[in-house]
Design a protein around this ligand. Structure first.
Ligand code: SF4
Ligand code: FES
Length: 215
């Protein structure tokens, strides 16, 4: 089978604006979008994109594929295109395009830092976590910081979506001194929380389900 990747190209040293460039590529049913990006770069070594693990672990290959943001290494071509199609690929929506598919992730990590993304250990806590608490922590703890939720969802309260996921993971940690206060500090309403909880699992490449906290 064959399709055309329509990739957003931009080199800040030579281009005033991004422009799409077409790359015809062959593909097979088992292949991912990242496989095709690698094939396109074999045609054109100047094409820039991020990837590392090719296993849905590092989060670096998040890009806009068709109508929404996804991990290129986790998206099967057959899920987003058919033989003969044109498949548009661009950098993560809402982030500055540094070059081709490489987005500026500095604001993403700055927003994460603002929620104090680590356990502030209670001085008198023994450090043990019950199986019930561990079960509540587990899903948000699988966040790989890919940025897909930030690209697809509006901020919830004063926190960006990925920062809120981190906030919630810490809010249910019995060792954390701030605990549920974290959500108040993020200015999150119960209604905003419910909407976010409903939307996230279908967008997030890890299918993260958020624990219920103080609702
Ligand atoms: S919550 Fe999901 S979509 Fe958002 S950064 Fe983490 S892994 Fe990516
Ligand atoms: S290359 Fe690591 S998540 Fe896709």
């Amino acid at each position: 089978m064959r399709l055309t990747l329509n990739i957003s190209r931009f080199d800040p040293q030579t281009d005033a604006n991004p422009a799409p460039q077409a790359y015809p590529v062959d593909w097979e049913r088992h292949e991912t979008v990242l496989d095709l990006l690698i094939r396109a770069r074999q045609q054109d070594p100047s094409l820039a994109f991020r990837r590392s693990c090719r296993s849905g672990i590092c989060g670096s290959c998040a890009v806009q594929i068709g109508d929404r943001s996804r991990l290129a290494c986790q998206t099967l071509v057959r899920e987003v295109a058919a033989d003969g199609d044109i498949l548009s690929i661009g950098p993560l929506r809402g982030f500055r395009q540094l070059r081709d598919l490489v987005a500026d992730m500095d604001p993403f990590f700055a927003a994460l830092n603002r929620v104090v993304p680590w356990v502030i250990t209670l001085p008198d806590h023994a450090g043990l976590v019950s199986p019930e608490d561990a079960a509540r922590i587990e899903s948000p703890a699988t966040c790989i910081l890919c940025g897909v939720c930030d690209a697809e969802l509006p901020p919830a309260g004063s926190a960006t979506p990925a920062a809120l996921v981190k906030n919630l993971r810490l809010a249910v940690d019995p060792r954390d001194a701030l605990g549920a206060q974290r959500l108040k500090l993020a200015g999150l309403t119960a209604a905003g929380m419910r909407t976010f909880r409903e939307l996230l699992p279908s967008l997030c490449p890890k299918g993260i389900k958020l624990p219920v906290v103080g609702e």
